[in-house]
Ligand binder design. Structure first.
Ligand code: ADP
Ligand code: MG
Length: 253
């Protein structure tokens, strides 16, 4: 079952093509890793595929239905999105911020149910952010804020998880922790789409790969043809790489 399907997606800003004929799909319970050099169009793809920005041409289908046919609440129930850039404006408490994940799918005037409370509690527990629940979000370190933002998405309890650079600002322990968390979520049946720069350490996790460069796909597929995949990473990033113990590492010479 294709959960997420993008066909011939094109998007320009002014005269510049930011995404050029991008097609791919993700099946239920799969983890897709999107990688590519800075400015490749990854975040743009996430913004368009999640309905935040309007596409120019092409199709985006979720569970077989056009993205535009879903209401924003329906989308929030289905998809939890972590965008790569975020600047908090108001100093609300961490707890209130995490609860916003619930309101995205139910609306602000809705009843905060026992089920919602459980989802929020589980998200807080999973991300280990209890120690700073009463703090304002402006008073957190960037790494702490990243975990709080992840908690907000988890509180939504979405079936599709879309994370743009979830490892950003995290120390190595928490980077591994996020990768393991995503692996657990996938094992529980969630579909996972992530943009990750640290593909060296993330290489063993995803089922499918999408490599982008200058708005064009340079590779899409699973890891079956591993040599082709590694070569595609090398070409896309213009760097020599070696696969060693499941880590895709840059060659020194
Ligand atoms: P990535 O996430 O792969 O690093 P982005 O999707 O953020 O890349 O950006 C892709 C391209 O689109 C870049 O060349 C960037 O400069 C350009 N771009 C992104 N947002 C804007 C914008 N609001 N106005 C003009 N150009 C933009
Ligand atoms: Mg980006």
């Amino acid at each position: 079952m294709k959960v997420f399907e993008v066909e011939k997606l094109t998007f320009s800003i002014g005269r510049k093509k930011i995404l050029d004929d991008v097609s791919f799909h993700v099946k239920k319970g799969e983890w897709l890793l999107i990688a590519g050099p800075n400015g490749a169009g990854k975040s743009t793809l996430i913004k368009i595929a999640s309905g935040l920005w309007k596409k120019e041409s092409g199709n985006i289908k979720i569970w077989g239905k056009e993205l535009g046919e879903y209401s924003s609440k329906e989308l929030a129930r289905m998809m939890g999105i972590l965008h790569s850039s975020f600047k908090p404006l108001y100093n609300i408490s961490v707890l209130d911020f995490v609860r916003l994940g619930i309101y995205a799918k139910t609306g602000f005037l809705s009843f905060y149910s026992g089920r919602d409370k459980k989802d929020v509690e589980l998200a807080i527990e999973t991300t280990e952010i209890e120690p700073f629940l009463d703090k304002g979000i402006l008073n957190l370190s960037q790494g702490e804020l990243q975990r709080v933002r992840i908690a907000k998405v988890l509180a939504q309890n979405p079936r599709i998880i879309v994370f743009d650079e979830p490892l950003l600002h995290l120390d190595i322990k928490h980077k591994v922790w996020v990768l393991e968390l995503l692996a657990r979520l996938r094992a529980s049946g969630k579909t996972v789409i992530t943009v990750i720069h640290d593909f060296s350490m993330a290489f063993s996790y995803p089922d499918r790969f999408l490599l982008l460069k200058n708005g064009k796909i340079t590779y899409t597929g699973d890891r079956e043809k591993q040599d082709e995949l590694v070569k595609a990473f090398e070409d896309t990033f213009e760097i020599r790489l070696t696969l060693k113990d499941d880590f895709l590492l840059p060659d020194k010479d």
